[in-house]
Structure formats: structure tokens, C-alpha cells
Design a binder for this molecule. Structure first.
Ligand SMILES: Cc1cc2nc3c(=O)[nH]c(=O)nc-3n(C[C@H](O)[C@H](O)[C@H](O)COP(=O)(O)OP(=O)(O)OC[C@H]3O[C@@H](n4cnc5c(N)ncnc54)[C@H](O)[C@@H]3O)c2cc1C
Length: 375
């Protein structure tokens, strides 16, 4: 396994629980030091693509009992997600998504502005057409979840090596034979690439173009003000901004999908005014908040905002689990089960993941579609 982010660790844990052979996870820095450390912890079922809802359902079920399963406490605050919509056409498309989510047993509902305001008086509902709300959504802790997977995997015998970068990949007769690290070569007959935003660095070595781009995303930490502690995870669909309470703070982000691809994960304070303007329109009380901190992380975006999950067609024995396009924390448990199942040939999940195969951008089957509920 290359990469000890939430995805690599979940796969390692699930593989080990199936009782497979020796598993070594190689991480160039430390556990959860990549994008996983920058995630804001959102867990939601509200997507436009069926497969995303299925991954969320399975994963959020897992997170709701993670301490019993892995013996490590991971906070999960089911505050619900609310998407605020002020456009009829957008509402129509969200309505279709809600119907699809309901058909999968997810209790997302359409909420009128009046009802929303009575439940959350802090929200300015002026000009809203409606909102969608799912009470099973919420906020968790990505780093705690990664530690939970790492500890459980180690207990099952997984060897996690930090400070150990994979510098080369060895292929013999179109089959994986090993990897190089500064500490020497490690032979293997299966390799999982779980390197998130850095996956395209293996394009040449694996003779496959991984269409994953790193997109810097800003998060601003605000002081809490009246009513913000009781907020759900709130998304303003028009601006793509979001806000939610986090321990003693309020996190504000989104609204920066226009930012081009780059590995420069630097805080851009000049974006705060625009993002804050969009969200203070909906939560006027936030005008009293002060920004006290900020961070920037790299989202690992694919052309259809869906992950690359499955065998790498160019080299036998290589698997890819990357490009979760900003949903990797919420989809990690199911992704781990899926990849463990694919590698061992066992049925671990009851839904079809072939739509996430790596050749979907060029193959005759094409892609299953683009995820549109992304911000
Ligand atoms: C601001 C922000 C907010 C987000 N909010 C959410 C959210 O609310 N909910 C959600 O589900 N997701 C969210 N995400 C997305 C989520 O963080 C990612 O989808 C997820 O962390 C991806 O996990 P990963 O394991 O694929 O990648 P990573 O965590 O990046 O792990 C990949 C690992 O591979 C290692 N690596 C790379 N190259 C090598 C090499 N050559 N050798 C060895 N190791 C290597 C890296 O060091 C890294 O640790 C957010 C992301 C950002 C930036």
C-alpha cells in the first residue's frame, strides 16, 4: 500500500480483517498527514450520483459504530446537512436527487423556507425556494478515524512505515514486482496506490494517466456567535460556501471551486471577504464573528468528481483508490471494503462499483455521470 491517509488505512484494515497475507503500508510523511489532516469532517448522504449515496450509506453506518468495531473513539455529531437553494432549476435537479436518495432508504427531505426558519432562526431564508435536509448527515473527525484504522490494522499485523516514500515502482512482464524506497526495495505481488492528490506522480512508472488534480481549498476558523453552535452543516448552493460548528469554533469554507490546480497549499486570506459575504447573507449573525485562523488543503479532483477505484489496467496486480474529489473521509470505510473485496475476490459490498473503474474516461462504456452536488 502506498499512502497512509484515511483511504489507504481503511483498505489496509479491511484487507487484514479478511485474513490476507503480509500487508505493508508505506507513508512518506506520517499517518494522516496529507489531505486527510485538512478535511473539515463532513459526512453526508446528499449526492446526485447513486454510487456516492451507496458509499455514504455504508460508510456512515460504519462511522456510527466505529468505536465498537475498531476500539477507538471517533466523534460523530449528527447535526444534519442543509442545502439552501434559491433557484427553481437547481431545486428541480435536487428534487430528483432527493427521490433517488429516498429510494435507497436515505430520509432526505425537502423543507420549506418557513419550516427551515422555525427550526433554525439564525438562517435568513429570504429569496430561498427551498432547502434539503438529511438528519443522518453530520460531522466527524478525519484524523481520529485515520488513527482508529491505523491502530486496528496494526493489531491485525499490518506493518505501517512512516517516513518511507515510494520512489519507484518495478514492473516485470506487465506485472507488479516491487517498489523502491530510500530504505531499500520491497517485493510485492499486489500494490494499492492510495496517494490522493499526489497519484499522478505515478503516471510514468505505471504507464497510466491518473486524471487527478490537486486543488487548493481554503478553510477559515471563526469565533462562535449566537446561534452558530446549533447550526447544521449548512451549504449555500449558489455560492458553494459552507459553514458548521466545530468544537469551540465555526468553520467557513467553499466558494473556491474557481481556484486552478496547484500543489501550492497556501492560505489565501484575500478570499475570506468573498466567502464571508456569501455566508453572512444567510447567517447575518456571523458578521460579528472574527476569523482567528485558517488552513488550506489539497482536494484530489477527478474530471467527474468521482473516485478512481479498481485495477490499474496497464499493470497486473496494481489497484488504485484515489481521487475522492473532496469526499474521501466520508467514503473511506466503504472504499476500504470495496478494494479489499476486489483484491481477494470476495463479495464485501452489495452494490456495483464498476462505474468507478479507471478506464471510464476512455472506454466504450463511458462514465456513469458527473457528481453535481459538490462545493
Ligand atoms: C479543505 C478540505 C475540506 C475537506 N472536507 C471534507 C469533508 O468534509 N468530508 C470528506 O469526506 N472529505 C473532505 N475532504 C476531502 C478528504 O480530506 C479527502 O478526500 C481524503 O482525505 C482523501 O484521503 P486519501 O487517503 O485519499 O488522501 P491523503 O490523506 O492525501 O493520503 C495520501 C497519502 O499518500 C502519501 N503519499 C503520497 N505520495 C507518496 C509516496 N510516493 N510514497 C509514500 N506515501 C505517499 C501522502 O503523504 C498522504 O499521506 C476535504 C478536503 C479538504 C482539502
Amino acid at each position: 500500500m502506498i499512502g497512509a491517509g484515511i483511504i489507504g488505512l481503511s483498505i489496509a484494515y479491511h484487507l487484514a480483517s479478511l485474513g490476507t497475507g503480509r500487508i505493508v503500508v508505506l507513508e512518506r510523511e506520517s499517518i494522516a498527514s496529507g489531505t486527510t489532516a485538512k478535511a473539515t469532517g463532513g459526512l453526508r448522504h446528499q449526492f446526485s450520483q447513486r454510487i456516492h449515496v451507496q458509499l455514504s450509506k455504508r460508510s456512515i453506518d460504519f462511522y456510527s459504530t466505529i468505536e465498537d468495531r475498531l476500539g477507538y473513539p471517533v466523534p460523530f455529531n449528527r447535526v444534519g446537512y442543509v442545502f439552501l437553494v434559491d433557484d427553481e432549476a437547481v431545486m428541480e435537479s435536487l428534487q430528483q436527487s432527493v427521490a433517488m436518495q429516498n429510494s435507497l432508504g436515505v430520509p432526505t427531505e425537502l423543507v420549506t423556507p418557513t419550516h427551515l426558519h422555525s427550526r433554525y432562526p439564525t438562517i435568513n431564508v429570504e429569496g430561498l425556494v427551498a432547502a434539503t435536509y438529511c438528519p443522518l448527515d453530520g460531522v466527524g473527525s478525519p484524523v481520529d478515524a485515520a488513527m482508529a484504522f491505523a491502530n486496528a490494522a496494526r493489531r491485525l499485523g499490518v506493518d505501517i512505515r512512516e517516513g518511507c516514500a515510494v520512489t519507484d515502482v518495478h514492473v516485470e512482464n506487465s506485472r507488479i514486482s516491487g517498489v523502491s524506497t530510500p530504505m531499500g526495495r520491497i517485493d510485492c505481488n499486489q500494490l494499492v496506490v492510495a496517494t490522493g492528490a499526489w497519484t499522478s506522480r505515478f503516471n510514468q512508472a505505471l504507464a497510466w494517466e491518473f486524471p487527478i488534480e490537486p486543488h487548493p481549498r481554503q478553510v477559515f476558523v471563526l469565533t462562535p456567535v449566537d446561534g452558530t453552535r446549533d447550526l447544521p452543516f449548512l451549504v449555500d448552493v449558489r455560492s458553494g460556501t459552507y459553514v458548521h460548528a466545530e468544537a469551540n469554533d465555526v468553520l467557513l469554507g467553499g466558494g473556491d471551486r474557481d481556484r486552478g490546480a496547484s500543489y501550492d497549499a497556501v492560505v489565501e486570506w484575500d478570499r475570506l471577504a468573498t466567502i464571508a459575504e456569501a455566508m453572512t447573507h444567510r447567517i447575518p449573525a456571523l458578521k460579528q464573528a472574527r476569523a482567528v485562523n485558517a488552513w488550506c488543503g489539497l482536494r484530489e479532483m477527478t474530471p467527474d468528481d468521482m473516485p478512481l477505484l479498481g485495477p490499474v489496467p496497464s499493470v497486473d496486480g496494481v489497484w488504485c483508490a484515489a481521487g475522492f474529489s473532496g469526499h474521501g473521509f466520508m467514503h473511506a470505510p466503504a472504499a476500504g471494503e470495496v478494494v479489499a473485496g476486489l483484491i481477494t475476490g470476495s463479495a464485501t459490498v452489495d452494490f456495483d462499483v464498476s462505474g468507478l473503474r479507471l478506464d471510464r474516461f476512455s472506454s466504450a462504456h463511458g462514465s456513469v455521470g458527473t457528481e453535481t452536488t459538490v462545493f
